[in-house]
Design a protein around this ligand. Structure first.
Ligand code: PLP
Length: 367
């Protein structure tokens, strides 16, 4: 679909000529498909350059429309798109953030959330929290959190980047005002995402210019990306309606079980909480995540650690540290992701490689 857009349907969707209107129509269909996937009306969606921009629009756009409210409530478990944005606003003295704590399994402290909402509802511009964590897969009780916000008249943004496409989401039935999503987490292209804005919820645009996206995001649309997003959304919706979801969930559990059986000091980070079926975060104490990742990569297994690589060494993931995980475990923690395309043969192939790589590195470890 994207190749056709690049090769044939390259006209500007804002042009009145037939070629432009054809592209406009393709964008409209993509918006309907994404709306259908998340359960909202197409006009409630603003296409963006990805999850990060959607999150920035939600946070910064909400702050601008409520200048008298200078407190944001979030958590240290958030993706850097949220954490980094809030840290920067705090550094500039523009806002204060109340960071909600979490337990060792990565579950947010909801009593703390209730307390801060009770004490400061009038000052809070936004509560912004993750639905499913990108490093551990831990799922937060978004309905309970949204209800608590709405009971105090507080606006609620959800980073649903990891959830959408992996479990059914019907945002219209949930107490959510804004929701960020990203195409590349559901087999779509990188560099395109969307912000859901419940009808009547206003944000100040980040990108001003033309009237595109109902004056909420200026600039000629990324038509190939948006059309690719639409196709990915249609396919994800169709997949979610099948029973295949019951096939892939147990694959992750089997992967974990076989590794923990062979390497009993392995910890499953977030394993005691409800998790998304596709993510597993395994901690191998006193090993370096980077060494494991490089050895696995050489043997054809692509995994990642939570934090970005800085000057050749991996810092332990701030998310795992915020959960209170021992830094010696956090240092040796690896995230493996499955997808709807993962097969039992993939698990059979990866498990012995992981066990072998970790065992070899353990043998080299100083006593
Ligand atoms: N939020 C979460 C939970 C993510 O996993 C990601 C992924 O990268 C993002 C936000 C940012 O999305 P994007 O990469 O589309 O900017």
């Amino acid at each position: 679909a994207m190749a056709t857009m690049l090769r044939d349907d390259w006209a500007n969707p804002s042009s009145v000529h037939r070629a432009g209107q054809n592209v406009r129509h393709r964008i409209d269909l993509a918006r309907e498909a994404v709306g259908d996937l998340v359960g909202c009306r197409d006009r409630e969606l603003v296409f963006t350059s990805g999850g990060t921009e959607a999150i920035n629009l939600a946070i910064r756009g909400s702050l601008t429309v409520a200048p008298e409210r200078r407190l944001v409530v979030s958590s240290r478990l958030e993706h850097s798109a949220v954490r980094g944005t809030l840290d920067r606003l705090v550094e500039r003295g523009e806002i204060k953030v109340h960071w909600i704590g979490a337990d060792l399994a990565g579950r947010l402290d909801l009593d703390e959330l209730d307390d801060v909402l009770d004490a400061h509802a009038e000052e809070i511009a936004l509560v912004t929290l993750l639905w499913a964590n990108n490093e551990t897969g831990v799922v937060q009780p978004i309905e309970r959190i949204g209800a608590a916000c709405h009971a105090r008249g507080v606006r609620f943004h959800v980073d649903a980047v990891q959830c959408v496409g992996k479990r059914p989401v019907t945002v219209r039935d949930l107490p959510i005002d804004l929701m960020s999503i990203s195409a590349h987490k559901l087999h779509g292209p990188k560099g395109v995402g969307a912000l859901y804005l419940r009808r009547g919820v206003r944000v100040e645009p980040l990108i001003t210019g033309g009237p595109q996206e109902r004056e909420r995001r200026g600039g000629t649309e990324n038509a190939p990306g948006i059309v690719g997003f639409g196709v990915a959304a249609t396919e994800a919706k169709a997949w979610l309606a099948t029973s295949d979801v019951d096939r892939v969930g147990p694959l992750r559990d089997e992967f974990e079980r076989r590794i923990v059986e062979a390497l009993p000091d392995t910890s499953v980070n977030g394993g005691d909480a409800e998790r998304l079926w596709n993510t597993t975060n395994l901690g191998f104490p006193r090993l370096e995540a980077e060494a494991i990742l490089l050895s696995l990569s050489e043997r054809g297994v692509s995994a990642s650690a939570g934090a970005a690589c800085s000057s050749g060494s991996l810092d332990p993931s701030p998310v795992l540290l915020a959960m209170g995980i021992d830094p010696r475990v956090a240092h040796g923690s690896i995230r493996f992701s499955l997808s709807r395309e993962t097969t039992h043969a993939d698990i059979d192939g990866a498990v012995p490689l992981v066990i072998d790589v970790v065992s070899r590195l353990k043998a080299l470890r100083p006593p």
